[in-house]
Every structure is written in structure tokens, then in C-alpha cells.
Design a protein around this ligand. Sequence first.
Ligand SMILES: [Zn+2]
Length: 512
Amino acid sequence: MPRPSLSSRVHLHSFSKPPPSESSSRGPNAFSLLMSSRKENEAWKLAEVDLAKPESAMGKARRREGRRKAPFYKVMQGMPVAVDAFRYGKIPGVTAYFLTHAHSDHYTNLSSKWKNGPIYCSRTTANLIKLMLQVDPKWVHPLEVDKPFIIPGTGGVEVTVLEANHCPGSSLFLFKGKQTVNAGDSGFNSPYVGSTKVFRYLHCGDFRASPRHVLHPTIKGHKLDIVYLDTTYLNAKYCFPPQKQVIEACAELARTLVNRGESASLEETFDPGFPTNDEEDKPDLNLLEDDGKSLEGVGASEAKRILVAVGTYSIGKERIVKAVAKALNSKVYCDGRKRDILLCQDDPDLHDMLTSDPKEAQVHLVPLQTINLERIEPYFTRFRGSFSSVVGFRPTGWTYSTPAGTDLFPSVGQVISRPQKTFTSSSLNPMRNSNAKYRLYGVPYSEHSSFHELTCFALSVDVVKIIATVNVGSAKSRGMMNKWFEKWEAERKKRAKEGKPSIVPYRCLDYW
Ligand SMILES: [Zn+2]
């Protein structure tokens, strides 16, 4: 089928048809207000074809078709605003490109060659894309968190950046404005383009939902026309523990193991029959080299300190590192590249902890894959003159395994009323093959919302329509997610009728 021409797909302020009146635009009728379900299905079908194409296959396709088409959910409905859509090049009608955070699956194809329009993001993300991707600074516009900003060239769309509770610099965007243009590749023509109705869209990028989000003044008490939702763990099997509890558990375990281990080795080496000289008993730290060479002959048996290694990706999971370093009153060491990345982050506390001297720091930040038995041994060998053993943490959402007997099809009421367990240091178990010298722990830590948190979030916001942005590549997966969206909507209505609080009661501001 031939695609409509650019001019018919993008039309500014088309007043040929009278826009719907204000009164008819009120009310929660998602179908009249937004895309009809039939239209949406068509849009998903188009998106699906595109999603199925691997990036490597796109070289040829791009040459043939010009460029990859942006799925409808990458462009805010009726607004010339795209989010996390750099792989699609210059999108018809789009005048402002937003980036939620500096993870590679969100900035695909963004590089020093970018020239398709201004990029808006948080200050940390702006620093990161300039450093890591060499994006020309003339395109990069950092925005302040919580400070509304009118986006130039968008017909007055206002954006507020909210802290996403994902990796450093990650943002939610609250867009508020009229529909002025049918931008994008979907071909969907909104009847509200040119009308006076003000729409509010919340784009969640990647986030870990918390009560702070729903209590935010731009969200609490306001109707959201569309929420673009991070549906990474929208499945009842993902009931992993709250981030803050996991962070505190790691810090507590590190403190316990280090105190116990270091005092034990002191007792072992303590011999009251001989006068001791503390200075001589310490390994010669000056022999430790930064270039990765081993420290043969330094006297490994004399080292009493325990090295705590925390695995991370390029950005993310810094909160565990900080908590562990604080608990041990230690500096943090990492390699030069990682250090540059950490210095991009708007986090003076973290910057104060950093040292380029690995022997000064008891806490080392290492690539996530280093936290396994084969890789930690050569890493440790470089520093064995200064440390006697290693405690390693490997934080990832995939460490989590669903407890046997978990109800995978609970009612929404059950999801929010189930008592939540508390995660403590004793909940952490050493990985298989760990031994006294290398004690490695898988940590069920995620910077995406758990199923429970997604449910609590969705019940606590006044939303007309939720659009999934993750796991959308198959109709089956989308169908399963839609079922939850429908159940959430029904439960929201039921709760309102029963006079229950509009925000699901929470344990603390950080988690439900
Ligand atoms: Zn991410």
C-alpha cells in the first residue's frame, strides 16, 4: 500500500473540520478522546513490523526507504515532540527530541552526527551524551528537574522533568499543551489538532515507580490523558523487593562481613608472645600499581582488609555503591572511563567518595560481569597485597527468582493488599561456588518498577489511557498487558465508588 505523502501526514492547524467542542472533549471516554482501538491496533501492527527489523538489517532498508519509521508511541499525540526516538532520524513534523536517560536502548543511533533538532534531557543525561556519544553541544538542552519549561517551536507545549528513580539523570516527562500537529509516521490524524483542549501526557521512560511520583504536584489531583508506561516487569511473577531495602541490606551485609572478617584475621595474626609493630605488619601499599600488574611478593598473608566489589553497568546502581562505601567509611575506586561517567552525574556526594588510588578504597566499582568466580580472581590478584579476600555484589533484576507458589494471576485487589515482606541482609545468599576467599552475592536489585509497584502506581494516577512502551513486539504480549490495564481501570473505578483513597496507601515515600 503506498504511504500517504508527507504533506498529508503532517498538517499544522488543520481547521478544515471544526474541532470538537470543549464540552464534548471532557469525560473519560478514551476512544473518543484518543485513538480508537481499531486505529490503535493498526498503529501497533505498523510498529510491530518495524520493531521486528534488527538494526543490522536497517542499513539496506534505510537506503531503500530513506529511514526507519517511528512507531506511533514515540511521538506525543498531536504534539511535535518525540521521546527516545533517535534511531528514526528526522521524524516528520517533530521539532523537539527528548531523551529520558542515557541507556543505549533509549539513545540508539544518537551520535556526533546528530543534526535533526534540539535534544532536551536532564543535566546529567546531557553531560553523559556529550561525553559518551560526542553529540554536538549545540543540540543539547539540559532542563532543570521540577521546573516547568515551554518548549520552543512546539506551539506552546510545556514540559516538567520529574526524577524517574531509574539510573542517574533518568527523567519522567510531563507534557502539557494543545494538540497542534499530526507529527510522526503513524498516519493517525487526531480530531483534536487545532482544538482548545489542553492535553497532559506523562512519559515514564524507564522508571521505578514510587509514592513520590504520584504525590508530585504535576500528577496528584490532575487527569492524565495518556501515560506512556515502562512495562518491563508487567507480569505478576516479578515481585522483587523495594530498592531501598535491598540497598540497606547490601550495606549492612558488607559492614558485618568486613568487621567479622577483618577482626578474625587480626586475631589469627595476633601473637602475644612477640612484640608487634603495626607499621611493619601492614603490606607495603606503595608496591601496589595502578596498571593492572599483579603484586607478587607483597605479602598477601599479611593483608587484613576485605575488598568489596560492586558490579554495575555503564550507568546505574550507583546507590548501592554509595551506601556500601558509607557503611564502611571508605572511598570508592573505579577505572578512568567509569570515573569520567560518574563525574557527569549531578552528585557531589558521590564525587567526594571517588579516588584514583585502588589501595585507598575498600570499595571498588567494577563491570557487572566481573562479579563471577572466573573473573573476580584475576581482578583480585592485582590487589592481593592490600586485601585478603573479596566480598562481591552483583545487583540485577534478573537475580530475582519468583518464590514457589506465587499466584501469577492474582486479582488487582490481592496485589495491593498482600502483606509485603521486608528484605534484610539475611535475605542475601552467596552465589553458587562462592568460597571464603571470594564471597559473591547475587542481589535482586532493579531500577525498573516491580509488578506490585506498577499496579500501585497505576491505581494512584487519574489516567485515561495507558500505552505500553516495553515488550510491545508481539500482539500476544501486548494483549496480556492490555488485560492488566483494563483490570487496573476497573479497580480504580471500584475504589473511587467505595470511597477508598485515590492514592494506594504506602509504607514510606520511597516504596509501597
Ligand atoms: Zn534504562
